[in-house]
Design a protein around this ligand. Structure first.
Ligand code: IMP
Length: 442
């Protein structure tokens, strides 16, 4: 038994989908614990390519149960479309469970996400426009609709009637747009509740039992730690906590049940949306990363900004999450580069900085200090073991490991399932703990 939290360790899009997919083979449960359909996880295997938004990618394994946890905000319409798509490709969806406590992304959340973003003008966040922030705002304002509410026609109507009065005042009076209809939303969303009824359940109880039965549980984070609402590059962040600390409450598991935290880093760094990014590249190296790494949003198609690996941000994230192991993805994207840089510190107002500044104005003023390493300039996509990697690639990985102060567990060299070099087995608790005693460095 192992409970493993897998988190994105940069600004999202680190390739967590592939890593979760590979580890899911050994998992009894895979649980999403935060975010919503702003996430996009892409998995490539023999049946073709799959894009996930809300459904945990573990669903591809016939014996794995998948849970959308209480910490997620669920767009039921989008979820049903995603489920139908998967079902049409032969995936059994009866193994998908949705927490009755998860909040619903309602039509007014989508509208308000768009209106608020437009109102920000030049200061826009660059949200995915999936209603995520307005849905979390309502959750915390205690006026959210939860999945369980969709199942009771009268309770749902009464709650919606009250909330919609407030939302329609915003929509008409602040944004000058036509009001939404109670009857239409009630009919449509009650219908979604009926279609999802067999999946909506007490997932916390399921997980509690799974713990008792010593099952293997993967907690799958969405987005990345640098988009975390507290420690990310605020205000250019998402509206949930993407950290391992939230994996327990977002899934409904006690904090001490998490055996290990694994952070997924890309071999370089990308970001979508606005906000400072010290190592961003505007030259040919950045273009190579974008082209070779297909750096375009899985859901939104937006071009991702690309840059050198930022070890300052990387170590900050490793420390905050108590990271036990790191995974490096997309190493092959760097295969053609003659030299590769790593940002090891920042220069800010004449001083060396080794941690992420709190304000976006300070981060925007940070000048990256680079260490330059030789590229390996050969194809790594067919490499199966760490030993077979070219020497320069090993040097690069070794340096990342040192700078992150975290042992590397896996290195991905191709989007294909199985093309991942195993260095340590993160699921083998006793063996791993013997080699890397948890508190050794703390
Ligand atoms: P929101 O989560 O849609 O509110 O967007 C807030 C910020 O998070 C924007 O900069 C988005 O581009 C970014 N973001 C949200 N989800 C993802 C993701 O899955 N990958 C990368 N960036 C994301």
């Amino acid at each position: 038994m192992t409970v493993l939290a897998i988190i994105g360790a940069q600004w999202g899009d680190e390739g967590k989908g592939k890593i979760v997919d590979e580890l899911s083979m050994h998992a009894d449960f895979v649980v999403r614990y935060q975010g919503g359909s702003n996430a996009g996880h892409r998995v490539v295997h023999e049946q073709g390519e799959f894009s996930f938004r809300l459904v945990p990618s573990g669903i591809l394994f016939p014996n794995t149960k998948c849970i959308i946890g209480n910490g997620v905000v669920v767009d039921p319409k989008g979820l049903l479309a995603e489920m139908e798509e998967l079902q049409n490709r032969g995936i059994d969806m009866s193994r998908l469970y949705i927490s009755e406590r998860a909040h619903v992304v309602m039509p007014y959340h989508f509208l308000l996400d768009r209106f608020e973003e437009e109102a920000r003008g030049a200061d826009k966040i660059g949200t995915t426009q999936r209603g995520i922030s307005p849905a979390y705002v309502d959750k915390h304002a205690r006026i959210g609709i939860r999945m369980a509410d969709l199942l009771d026609v009268d309770t749902f109507r009464a709650k919606l009637a009250t909330i919609l009065q407030q939302k329609n005042r915003m929509i008409t009076q602040i944004y000058g747009q036509p009001p939404l209809s109670l009857e239409e939303i009630h009919g449509e969303y009650f219908g979604y509740g009926q279609r999802l009824r067999s999946h909506i359940t007490d997932t916390q109880a399921m997980l509690h039992e799974a713990l008792f039965e010593r099952k293997t549980i993967l907690l799958e984070g969405a987005q990345g730690a640098l988009l975390d609402i507290d420690f990310g590059t605020y205000p250019y962040v998402t509206s949930s906590s993407t950290m391992a600390a939230n994996a327990s409450s977002g899934a409904g598991l006690p904090p001490h049940s998490i055996d290990r935290v694994v952070g997924v880093y890309k071999a370089y760094i990308t970001r979508v949306g606005s906000g400072p990014m010290p190592t961003e590249l505007f030259d040919v190296s950045g273009k190579i990363m974008r082209d070779r790494g297909h750096e375009y949003g899985t859901n939104t198609g937006r071009e991702r900004r690309c840059g050198w690996f930022d070890a300052v941000a990387g170590r900050f994230v490793a420390q905050l999450n108590g990271m036990d192991a790191a995974v490096i993805t997309k190493l092959d994207v760097l295969d053609t580069l003659p030299t590769i840089k790593i940002c090891t510190s920042y220069q800010l107002k004449g001083k060396m900085v080794h941690s992420l500044p709190a304000t976006q104005s300070d981060l925007a003023a940070c000048e990256p200090v680079y260490e330059e390493l030789e590229g390996w300039q050969c194809d790594t996509t067919g490499v199966c073991t760490y030993e077979e990697l070219p020497g320069a690639a090993k040097m690069y990985l070794k340096r990342l490991e040192e700078l992150l102060e975290t042992p590397l567990a896996m290195v991905s060299v191709s989007p294909q399932r199985g093309r991942t070099i195993q260095i340590q087995d993160v699921l083998a608790t006793p063996e791993y703990d013997a080699r890397y005693p948890r508190n050794a460095k703390r």
